[in-house]
Ligand binder design. Sequence first.
Ligand code: NAD
Length: 263
Amino acid sequence: QFTLPNHVALVTGGHRGIGLEMALALAEAGATVYCVDLPKHPDEGWLKVQAFAAQLPSLEGGSKGRLEYVCGDVTDQAGMWKIAEDIAAKEGRLDVCVANAGILRGAECLEYPGEEFKKLIDVNVNGVLFSAQAAGRQMQRFGRKGSIILIASMSGSIANQKQHWVAYNTSKSAVLQMGRSMACELGAKGIRVNTISPGYIYTQMTRDFLDTRPHLMAEWSSQNPIGRLGRPDELRGVVLWLASEASTFCTGSDIIVDGGHRA
Ligand code: NAD
């Protein structure tokens, strides 16, 4: 039930962090996974993808997973539609989409620069819609069942002092409602749409934020009973469950993975 034989998946922001771990999990379960991300110089994430891809047996027989890297910007609607169209044309199907790419900027709400607010909403809201649309159109075209997974955040449902995340929290709230709304429309077509709301996960995104606010590390850790930040690999199981046949009666749901966070 938790395998994805011959499945094809698209993961945005799959170059590093949560997206990369999710892409690895899907590929290990047998899927061919296309990681869409901004152009990058080779770094740890990309090298990890290459190392992983090299150790996988060939696709002959169709039962082994594979990872591909595609340059793309989720804020480019036409570009995302084209990427999904090309993947589906090449592979003959598209089964799973993880709309994961996101950015974080903190600034006081009364001072938040308009251009930065727009940029964040463009990536975290428009980009999630464009990615989900791109995949959903191909799922519909090939008349197949599909699973679209939007990466929200616990920050879509709570607000914290000291963080100044007015834009980020707003964007993640929007993703939660986007997931529920899309699920209503697409259920009859056999396409499920769910969201995942992680708590604090230790990635480059949180590292960059904590660099200038190191005191928050202990505070964040003390806000859940497990007493630490989560690791990106701790989201592998939930994405695999939502992508696979194991969750066929789950749509319009939000799965919270936050270590039991209580502010
Ligand atoms: P990250 O910064 O480590 O990785 C994000 C990836 O998205 C990067 O590879 C980046 O290049 C890519 N990306 C950014 N803008 C893009 C664009 N316009 N087009 C294509 N790719 C783009 O972040 P992460 O911590 O792995 O977060 C992944 C997702 O999980 C985000 O949506 C984030 O909001 C969400 N999330 C993270 C946490 C956390 O604590 N780290 C918690 C809850 C939710």
